[in-house]
Design a protein around this ligand. Structure first.
Ligand SMILES: NC(=O)c1ccc[n+]([C@@H]2O[C@H](COP(=O)([O-])OP(=O)(O)OC[C@H]3O[C@@H](n4cnc5c(N)ncnc54)[C@H](O)[C@@H]3O)[C@@H](O)[C@H]2O)c1
Length: 720
């Protein structure tokens, strides 16, 4: 062995002629391809070339010294900092040239991938002649660049389609998803998948006796035909473009630019591909959309690494067993996701059929995961075995955490929480999933309010990423930290909020939804109001969202917010008339839209008659600009009030919660980041104009006036 001194990667050559380049950054939990690491790779390649010429080195392996990850990609901080496209292009070309040197080495090269391998890690492995993956569940490969508004520009966009075919490559390039080893083998990315135990030995055996690349998996005949002929490729790219436009509304340039690069360069030389990649990526790196998406990435990372409390000495308590009170829509959903993540769950309800329903709901979701190949049948059965239910509190004694999800009535919630408090041990967390009742109000009934907080999931639990952790006045740090870690364990995005009407997200949605009623009263059409919100980037318009939530539920939530927050939340006459119309929204088959078997079938024109005199008989065009102004201003104002009142402590918390809880468009970076891009003086002026024409519900919050006067943005005034 000839070990080297520089930190990472290390390089050594064994007696059998296998050279090992080992990435193991001592300063980071995962390996990142920073500028220093890349220049070290470059230096190692000089040495490799010399040794290969002297025949002392026969094959080169790239591996990781980390337990569960290979390479986590390029340095996102460095990408975020680039403002100049010329600088971007120079940096990209440098990376490309280093990986091209790997591709040009006179010896075969093997990427030995165990654990997560994304972005630049995949691009390095694509420059190798062979890839061997471990069979660990932790091994995943993906190209997440598109999610940061850029494209893989160190050869990923060029080499992946040449290795696995255009169709399979698009599946990774356009979605950013990560795939397991099995799939990587099937698509022809991996040459072999070997057991994770004694992985290094397995890799060594593989490297010494290299299989021919011709033995790699090949796609089926139709895919091969499509991928390998110019008309076939044109068809694949056209269909992909159509799908991208339909799913992103054209708001995200990166996937479209990836398709452009491929259209121009697939079938041509690698050099032509690299050239197009570099130029396109350099433009994307400096684009506002990419900066916004990287901001969202940072917010998510900060949440993942956070604890939910400011005191760094507070440790969350482990949650291995939990109780769920109420096996209805939410209780059943919470039980399912917790069991999925390895927690033993006991459900309690007062109705036997509710328990059966909760279990069936969980089973149906597991079955769906199996159908979609997200779970193996055995894993689904094992997860299902972790859930049980009963009509009494048996099994609650050992719970580390209990979530209450019974009917939305204060006295019922207080009663069940008091009962459960007596059963569970001090220090185990008690929580409520209430969406509209006061957490502090419930705490009054408890002897250990310090162990109590809100854990507010959104419906449907399995699909909605946000969880609001509601910190009551008397909740302890340990309780909040445990609830936060529990939400992370479930794969959710927790945001800590204070107790208050609608907490954070529903409070901001309230005036936004209500304004959509005012817009109809002013003559806007359903299509136009929802169309303007969608054109802004919301996943669905506010009227469609009211249908989705349920008209009865929206009416109740609106009334609660009105009572708590005052007249600016007075329900619009349109929404009152709708609430009285007997329509229920999607679940009842009719609302603003018609539904058949739960599927939306277009606007229901008869709804205007049901709204009676609250809407004019003739529709007029309000224009997307006016609609968007009114809807977005409502949200900004309410978010400012929530910040002002201390419901959340940072602008980023608002933005992450809105993105994860409502689908607020990530490409805009978040609600308050969007407001900040205009300068708050302009936002205030616009608000005052709306107040003048539509009345006091648009009165600007004191915080907005203050920040505009002081020339500050939300992010500056409320940093993390
Ligand atoms: N549905 C949503 O969209 C949503 C979203 C977020 C939060 N929430 C909140 O979650 C909670 C539950 O809502 P849901 O939609 O699941 O309601 P649901 O009506 O589907 O379920 C409530 C369940 O609680 C049971 N229950 C009633 N009294 C009980 C008692 N004393 N002990 C044990 N079980 C009892 C009922 O039998 C029923 O099965 C509510 O507080 C609601 O505000 C609901």
């Amino acid at each position: 062995m000839t070990p080297q001194t520089a930190p990472t990667p290390r390089f050594s050559v064994a007696d059998d002629g296998v050279g090992w380049v080992t990435f193991d950054d001592p300063g980071r939990p995962v390996n990142v391809l920073t500028e220093e690491v890349m220049s070290r790779v470059d230096a190692i390649l000089d040495e490799v070339t010399t040794l290969a010429r002297s025949a002392r080195l026969k094959v080169l392996v790239f591996e990781s010294g980390k337990a569960d990850s290979f390479i986590a990609g390029a340095d996102v901080e460095a990408i975020a900092a680039i403002e100049d496209p010329t600088e971007a292009e120079a940096k990209i070309r440098l990376g490309q040239s280093i990986f091209q040197r790997v591709a040009d080495l006179p010896v075969p090269t093997v990427a030995a991938i165990h654990g997560v391998c994304v972005g630049g890690g995949v691009e390095l492995s694509l420059a190798c002649t062979h890839r061997v993956l471990s069979d660990s569940d932790r091994t995943r490969v993906g190209l997440p660049e598109v999610m940061l508004g850029i494209l893989p520009a160190w050869g990923g966009t060029t080499r992946l389609p040449r290795l696995v075919g255009l169709s399979a490559a698009l599946d990774l390039l356009l979605t950013g998803k990560q795939i397991p080893s099995r799939k990587a083998l099937r698509m022809g990315f991996a040459d072999r998948v070997v057991p994770a135990e004694l992985f290094r030995d397995q890799v060594r055996i593989f490297a010494v006796d290299l299989p021919s690349p011709a033995r790699r998996a090949k796609p089926g005949m139709i895919t091969r035909l499509l991928d390998s002929t110019p008309p076939g490729r044109r068809l694949v790219l056209t269909l992909a473009r159509r799908k991208v436009v339909a799913t992103t509304g054209g708001h995200y340039p990166a996937p479209l630019r990836i398709l452009d690069v491929l259209r121009r360069t697939v079938g041509k030389s690698v050099g032509a591909g690299l050239e197009a990649e570099a130029r396109t990526a350099a433009e994307l790196v400096v684009s506002p959309v990419s900066k916004n998406l990287i901001h969202v990435f940072h917010m998510r990372e900060a949440t993942r690494k956070g604890s939910g409390v400011s005191d760094p000495s507070v440790r969350p308590r482990p949650v291995d067993e939990m109780g769920v009170l109420g096996a209805g829509v939410m209780g059943g959903g919470i039980a399912q996701i917790a069991a999925y993540k390895g927690i033993r769950v006991r459900m309690k309800d007062i109705r036997h059929d509710a328990i059966t329903g909760g279990l069936q709901h969980a089973r149906a979701l597991f079955d769906k995961a199996v159908r979609r190949k997200k779970l193996r049948p055995l894993e689904a059965d094992q997860a299902m075995e972790r859930i049980s239910g009963s009509l009494d509190y048996s099994g609650f004694r050992t719970a580390d955490l209990v979530v209450e999800a019974v009917v939305e009535r204060m006295e019922v919630k207080k009663a069940v929480l008091r009962e459960v408090e007596d059963l569970t041990r001090p220090g185990s967390v008690l929580s409520t999933n209430t969406s509209s009742l006061s957490v502090d109000g419930m705490a009054e009934a408890l002897r250990r309010p310090e162990d109590f907080c809100g854990i507010h999931f959104f419906n449907p639990v399995d699909r909605m990423p946000l969880v609001e952790i509601v910190r009551g006045t008397r909740s302890s740090d340990a309780t909040v930290a445990t609830a936060y870690a529990f939400a992370l364990k479930l794969g959710k995005v927790p945001v800590v909020v204070g107790d208050g009407p609608g907490f954070l997200v529903n409070r901001i949605l309230g005036p936004y939804l209500n304004e959509s009623g005012h817009l109809l009263a002013d003559g806007g059409s359903i299509e136009e109001v929802d169309g303007a919100a969608k054109a802004f980037g919301m996943p669905m318009g506010p009227l469609r969202l009211i249908d989705e939530v349920g008209i009865d539920v929206s009416k109740h939530a609106g009334a609660v917010l009105h009572a708590a927050l005052g007249d600016r939340l007075a329900p619009s006459p349109v929404l009152i008339a709708l609430g009285d119309s007997g329509r229920l929204g999607r679940k009842g088959g009719s609302g603003f839209y018609r539904y058949e078997k739960g599927r939306e079938k277009g606007v229901d024109p008869s709804v205007y008659a049901a709204l009676g005199a609250t809407v004019p008989s003739a529709r007029r065009t309000l224009g997307h600009r006016e609609i968007r102004r009114r809807l977005v201003t409502m949200m900004i104002n309410e978010a400012a009030r929530a910040l002002e009142e201390g419901v959340v402590s940072s602008a980023a918390a608002v933005d992450l919660a809105m993105i994860m809880g409502t689908g607020f468009p990530p490409f805009r970076g978040g609600l308050l980041r969007f407001a900040d891009t205009f300068h708050l003086r302009a936002v205030l002026d616009r608000t005052l104009e709306l107040e003048a024409s539509h009345g006091p519900r648009f009165a600007p919050p004191a915080l907005l006036v203050d920040l505009a006067d002081r020339d500050k943005g939300f992010y500056e005034a409320f940093p993390e």
